[in-house]
Design a binder for this molecule. Structure first.
Ligand code: FE
Length: 144
């Protein structure tokens, strides 16, 4: 009996923390540009987005689901034209996956809540992590 209740709890937990929507629903909710990046793993043109040069203090959240992703404290000037961070807000909200498209081996960065594509992470970032989370502005909303 206890084990059964435990399993129900896990199930409910997943229902609350993960977001699953049909492609049609995402198309309705997102702009065309947001849909192409978040749901189709596209990349915005560098220096075209809203946040690459944003220096305000605050939190960057997922444009698809509002999940907090990056803190402005970890943002740094990368010169790439995409907002860049040396670490995510925590280990739970952001996840990574191997990406072998474009004949390159890269590590994709995703929102763990809605699985929206955010960008890629590289090993040429600054201290203290040495990581560079290269994120599309259009995948983010900013809360100050
Ligand atoms: Fe999300």
């Amino acid at each position: 009996m206890l084990r059964f209740i435990f399993m129900i709890n896990i199930y409910q937990d997943n229902m609350e923390t993960k977001i699953k929507k049909t492609e049609k629903k995402w198309r309705e909710e997102l702009s065309e540009e947001q849909f192409q990046v978040l749901r189709k793993k596209g990349t915005e043109r560098p220096f075209s987005g809203e946040y690459w040069n944003n220096k305000k203090k605050g939190t960057y959240v997922c444009a698809g689901c509002g999940n907090p992703l990056f803190d402005s404290e970890t943002k740094f000037k990368s010169g790439t034209g995409w907002p860049s961070f040396y670490k995510p807000i925590n280990d739970e909200n952001v996840e990574t996956e191997e990406d072998k498209s474009l004949r390159m081996k890269r590590t994709e960065v995703l929102c763990s809540k809605c699985k929206g594509h955010l960008g890629h992470v590289f090993n040429d970032g600054p201290k203290p992590t040495g990581l560079r989370y290269c994120i599309n502005s259009i995948s983010l909303d900013f809360k100050d």
